[in-house]
Write a protein that binds this ligand. Sequence first.
Ligand code: NAP
Length: 484
Amino acid sequence: MVSRVIPVDPFDLVIFGGTGDLARRKILPGLFRRYCAGQIEGDVRITGAARTEMDSEGYREMVAEAIAEADPQAARQSEHLAAFLDMLGYVVVDATGEAGWAELARLSRPDRIRAYYFSVAPSLFGPLAERLHQHGLTDGAARIVVEKPFGRDLASAQELNAVLAKHFHENQIYRIDHYLGKETVQNLMAIRFGNMLFEPLWNSQYVDHIQITVAEVVGVGTRGDYYDRAGAMRDMMQNHLMQLLCLIAMEPPAKFNPDAVRDEKLKVIRALDPVGPDDVVRGQYQGARNRPGYRNQVGNRDSTTESFVALRARISNWRWAGTPFYLRTGKRLKERASEIAVVFKDAPHSIFGEEAGRHRNILTIKLQPNEGIELGVTIKEPGPGGMRLIDVPLDMTFAEALGPEEADFPDAYERLIMDVIRGNQTLFMRGDEVEEAWAWTDAVIAGWEARGDDPLPYDTGSSGPDDALMLMHRDGRRWREIKA
Ligand code: NAP
């Protein structure tokens, strides 16, 4: 099986923040891999833009180093690398001043797809949109890509949306949530809506509950300043976990087109019940041998910001009434593992008697580290020992099912940037979706702020605070083990 790579039309891309961490680690190496794959060809121009004084030659050197660091194997393709670097240029630009704008306007080719990637702090989104407008660069051929965090609450997200809407139509704005660019996340839609097998069972009559886990091993690292103002709820739950929840729970859209999909996701968020005090557990990691605890790492001894949050969500609609969704995410947990588990109900009657035990089908969608899908089915234990039942996985780890080459998926950023050029917004968040997700998040945060309770401590390398386990135990359920 050989997958077809269809080249995108030639384009001009300006990366504001082209010298920053995200550009160096993800955007530019990702573009290079798409070039090597043959998806980028022809007269393409990629321009880095930031305040640091540098010429285009210096920028090309910086990018070559960044690619070598991010993807040493790809960087060895020296022929490709030289040709890719030829597409690059650099302009010294200040988002808040006049420097560089005339040059950017001069370089702009009106007959081109033009993408402007805002890989800068959100406080610069407004000034960038304003300057692009002043220099006549916001016409229909232009599109902008904005990074997370998209606001820190409903009010700031509304403000950002309003700032962007002054100069761009919604169909020109690509709000990135890189989780949506993951192969498995899109596969979730293929599995649900491309097979007859699952959709008839995809409701509260057959599904006992759903668990979504995004567990990290790392702590806050160098992002302490930002993280301490955000916390797990704002940094992960409001966007990544909420998006996964929407894709799992939404109704089948009539068509696989951006607004049809996003309309259905929006309905899920709107149908979420308020989360009560007993539905949320927050935690903060403690130090371990040679590893500082959260408060030390962020340099704030009194911090009450959570590095872990687990909650029980309910969706009040016909499909899901009665099926809880348990969501958890945190740092410094035992393994790096992200998955969605759809846990089906017990068979209504066991013909095998008590001793056969209780068995359930679980569909697990693994997002990292090894993307794939696994269906737990119950079979007879082999051998002459009578009718004893065991659970075995029908494993569809993509690398095994498709072969390693086919399973060498583009990174989420690669896919999303190509979607920007193709003008496909399906995997990007619409403004109303983001606002609705913030409205729900704000209410959860207001709930714990009103109670004034601190996050519970948990050990580095654990599964989070014990109370998070109790959140499910009280319902007679248990979390799946966090396992890569
Ligand atoms: P960063 O390393 O601090 O880079 C910021 C970039 O913005 C630099 O290139 C900087 O270059 C440029 N810049 C700052 N002020 C400017 C101005 N007035 N005019 C023009 N350029 C200016 O930040 P980052 O980690 O790359 O993050 C960029 C954005 O992506 C942020 O919104 C962040 O939240 C988001 N994000 C990052 C990651 C990640 O893994 N890094 C992940 C998800 C989201 P000069 O100083 O040379 O101007």
